[in-house]
Design a binder for this molecule. Structure first.
Ligand code: ZN
Length: 177
């Protein structure tokens, strides 16, 4: 059905023929700042839709994503790098067709970029760890949330780790300093 890729943006894909098997050697250097993966690596690891949104700042169609109407408790990670970005505590029903949060999990988990495409002044939201596109943040819309902000995030940019599953992982290291 969906044909992302060459047709929409007329990518001049400069012959980056992926598919070789020696791309994992450099991933170990990911630490702190940027993940520093090449475009070819991202293209290989992500599905075409994930790649289009996360790495080309695309937008999924409203009401089609996995999480726009999800109320499961848990943590939303970056689909590209696994960094924890949002939690269900700040998710609210905006009825806009995309998962909406009134704040990120913590300061510094996301970064902001002025986006003037499509003739609009918008603030793009990206993952601070791997610089992948997540969505946009809007302010002053009157949703009645504590911040009056709406982080309008693509489902395909996120991966929900339900609280039950997270507890299994962290059951034993809660008391460490
Ligand atoms: Zn990320």
């Amino acid at each position: 059905m969906s044909k992302f890729g060459n047709s929409i943006f007329g990518n001049k894909a400069p012959g980056v023929a992926g598919g070789t098997q020696n791309s994992s050697a450099q991933e170990a250097t990911a630490q702190g700042g940027s993940v520093g993966k090449s475009d070819a690596q991202w293209r290989e690891e992500l599905t075409p839709e994930e790649y289009h949104v996360l790495r080309q700042a695309g937008t999924e169609r409203p009401y089609t994503g996995e999480y726009w109407d999800t109320h499961t408790e848990g943590v939303y990670q970056c689909r590209a790098c696994g960094a924890e970005l949002f939690t269900s505590n700040e998710k609210f029903d905006s009825h806009c067709g995309w998962p909406s949060f009134w704040a990120p999990l913590a300061d510094g988990t996301v970064r902001y970029i002025h986006d003037r495409t499509l003739g609009m002044e918008r603030i793009e939201v990206r993952c601070a760890t791997c610089d992948s596109h997540l969505g946009h943040v809007f302010e002053g819309e009157g949703y009645g949330t504590p911040t009056d902000q709406r982080y309008c995030i693509n489902s395909v940019s996120l991966r929900l780790v339900a609280r039950d599953a997270a507890q299994d992982n962290e059951a034993n290291d809660g008391e460490q300093n």
